[in-house]
Write a protein that binds this ligand. Structure first.
Ligand code: FAD
Length: 291
């Protein structure tokens, strides 16, 4: 299909981008990598009056350490995140998750912030941003606004940006050096959107798990952090019994959809399998024994 007619602007400063967005009265769309937006425009699922292309704005393509946070700018491509040394050192679970995102051609254009803004519940970057409690830095003509990830993802493909706000960057606290992590997903083919994914980070204190964080995607309308599961694991040793309790808890609390790719029952079962694998990796990387 062909898109409906739209204007196209290529601002060179963030101020200009924010002004153009404000002037579009909610009809304009930011375009970053275009990997999700262009298919939607071609199918006429969205009909923006203007596309505001942020790719020529200098400085947005950086991954930086800002104090104890990693800041990922609006035009950082997936391939950059996948190979960036700061990400590998300070956010290794993000590094691992990124290896599952799409295929090389998509990763050469698609952006971290574009994926977060797109808010697909089966996308890896929204999931890691949510479960690591990242912050979305929004910009409009009124200035910057910091949105906790817990408040950002409000539905499938729906975020809490105002119509005149763009994502300037995403910031995520660095993981402690001693933290272990695990990321597991199942997709029918590598690079396809996953049926489900499970991520965990934890550290070890006196042989017990502490500061456990659990995230999941593909099993709800938004990416999830799961405090109910974290509670089970906090201050325990990762025995078979604990892993089984986690799988049973997931089975109780998750309400995934049935669709053409998998049934809800299958996704619940898959969640338990992925949880066991990811938690074992996190435990061993944190210094625990592999039993
Ligand atoms: P765009 O397509 O440019 O924009 C997407 C949406 O976000 C639009 O609504 C746009 O207006 C908005 N947006 C973009 N940037 C901003 C901003 N700075 N501020 C405000 N709004 C903004 N993703 C995965 O996570 N996992 C996968 O396995 C996966 N597989 C894929 C396979 C294929 C074949 C394709 C085509 C895509 C796949 N994707 C996958 C999606 C890919 O990661 C996209 O690149 C990503 O979802 C969107 O990033 P983008 O930069 O291309 O955004």
């Amino acid at each position: 299909m062909k898109p409906a007619q739209f204007d196209y602007a290529v601002p060179t400063t963030v101020e200009e981008a924010a002004r153009l967005l404000a002037e579009s009265n909610g009809d304009g769309k930011i375009i970053a990598g275009g990997q999700s937006l262009m298919p939607m425009i071609n199918f006429r699922l969205v009909k923006p009056s203007i596309l505001i292309d942020v790719n020529r704005i200098a400085g947005l393509n950086r991954i930086e350490l800002v104090g104890k946070r990693v800041r990922i700018g609006a035009t950082v491509r997936h391939h950059q995140t996948a190979s960036d040394p700061l990400i590998a050192k300070h956010l290794p679970v993000v590094h691992d998750a990124m290896q599952h995102v799409a295929h090389v051609t998509v990763r050469n254009r698609g952006t971290f912030c574009g994926s977060v803004a797109h808010a697909d519940p089966a996308a890896e970057m929204p999931m890691v941003t949510r479960f690591l409690d990242g912050t979305i830095i929004a910009l409009s003509i009124r200035g910057e606004r910091r949105i906790p990830a817990a408040d950002f993802f409000v539905g499938s493909l729906v975020n809490s940006l105002e119509p005149d706000e763009m994502v300037l960057a995403v910031e995520i606290d660095v993981m402690p050096d001693e933290a272990g992590w695990g990321f597991e997903e199942f997709a029918k083919r590598h690079g396809d959107f996953a049926l489900a994914a499970f991520a965990a980070t934890l550290r070890m204190d006196n042989g017990r798990a502490r500061d456990v964080r659990i995230g999941m995607m593909g099993v709800g309308e938004v990416p999830l952090r799961l405090p109910e599961v974290e509670e089970i694991l906090e201050e325990t040793q990762l025995t078979q019994g604990v892993l089984q309790a986690v799988a049973e808890k997931l089975n109780d609390i998750l309400t995934p959809n049935t669709d053409i790719h998998a049934s809800a029952d299958y996704r619940r079962h898959l969640s338990g399998v992925l949880a066991k694998r990811a938690l074992r990796s996190a435990w061993v990387r944190a210094g625990g024994r592999n039993e």
